[in-house]
Design a protein around this ligand. Sequence first.
Ligand code: NAG
Ligand code: NAG
Ligand code: NAG
Ligand code: NAG
Ligand code: NAG
Ligand code: NAG
Length: 307
Amino acid sequence: MILSGILTFSSVFFIVFEGVTSLRDVKLLVEPSIVIKGGTAALICSRDMQGAPLYSVKWYRGNHEFFRYTPMEHPDTMVFGLPGIYVDMNRSNGTQVMLRHLELGLSGNFSCEVTADSPSFATQITTKYIDVIALPTTLPVLVTDKDRYQPGATLRANCTSPPARPAANLTVFINEEPIRASETSLQPFENGLLTAKVNVEVKVTPELFPGGRLRVACYATVFDVYNQSAKLDFLTPETDPRPERITLGGGTSKCVLNWFLLLLLIFLPMMVMGDDYGLLSDDFLDIPFTYYDEESEQKAIISLVGG
Ligand SMILES: *[C@@H]1O[C@H](CO)[C@@H](O)[C@H](O)[C@H]1NC(C)=O
Ligand SMILES: *[C@@H]1O[C@H](CO)[C@@H](O)[C@H](O)[C@H]1NC(C)=O
Ligand SMILES: *[C@@H]1O[C@H](CO)[C@@H](O)[C@H](O)[C@H]1NC(C)=O
Ligand SMILES: *[C@@H]1O[C@H](CO)[C@@H](O)[C@H](O)[C@H]1NC(C)=O
Ligand SMILES: *[C@@H]1O[C@H](CO)[C@@H](O)[C@H](O)[C@H]1NC(C)=O
Ligand SMILES: *[C@@H]1O[C@H](CO)[C@@H](O)[C@H](O)[C@H]1NC(C)=O
């Protein structure tokens, strides 16, 4: 009795043990690593089968299976409808599943479970938390308390970046120098989105006008996928073509831009000759970079508006 019990136990143990050695290193990789609302992500399930044949790969969000690959069956892929999960069947197979139109609510634990075929039927599962982020849908907005500043005055500015999750990081620059800002205030919006705002105070000195121009810039960034700015230029009285405050980059309305271009035409000869006159900076060549496509931005806007 006892002996056979031990035998049974050891054979079970042997099978389990062999199972473990025939399948290892099940890993879940998300590409791109930062998943943007409305966008697409590939979930890649890598493993070392140790030569064992594959029986199945199952994909879960939480406890719910949404995709299965079984190479010995026809069809070899199967999708289980789960709200909010859109599997691109053309680009999903035994290694990866491609998800489209990812929404914020889909953030959660995703798992891939690999099972080897007989005799071992060894199974390993790995889980990863996937966070879907929402980028700001409009440019940051920079405002100052005045339109012009004399040396000795105090320049006060606020910079606000619209709702995002996580909130954008804000950095304010005076000319090329980042300056100390207040603590970022975060204001909750729907769906866990946050509006970010900082304010700064700077004592205005003549040194802040190299080449006759003081530039205040505010950069809103989210990891390395979003980087947008708003800029305001203030000119010293000697170089004073009105208005003294010129909006560049973020928030430039067409009307202001046209007027600015007109001014540019008038002052062009001056500027071409001047060394760093400042008006014609590299801003016009400075193409803001984002990695999200127009489609996802549109969607983001729609969902912000439509709730
Ligand atoms: C998948 O491929 C088929 C045939 O090539 C095509 O008709 C279909 O539109 C594709 N589906 C997607 C979601 O790309
Ligand atoms: C699975 O699909 C991806 C994307 O279409 C492709 O790059 C990969 O080679 C495929 N893998 C297998 C095992 O078919
Ligand atoms: C994801 O898994 C971790 C670790 O198992 C768990 O602590 C966490 O609560 C899970 N999150 C959700 C949203 O289920
Ligand atoms: C900046 O924000 C604070 C608090 O919301 C407000 O009192 C102040 O007037 C703002 N300053 C400017 C220059 O808009
Ligand atoms: C904001 O900056 C901090 C510090 O550099 C960084 O750890 C964090 O990931 C950034 N957050 C975002 C949303 O970019
Ligand atoms: C954002 O872009 C500016 C230049 O356009 C660069 O100087 C800055 O380092 C960038 N910030 C981040 C966080 O990538």
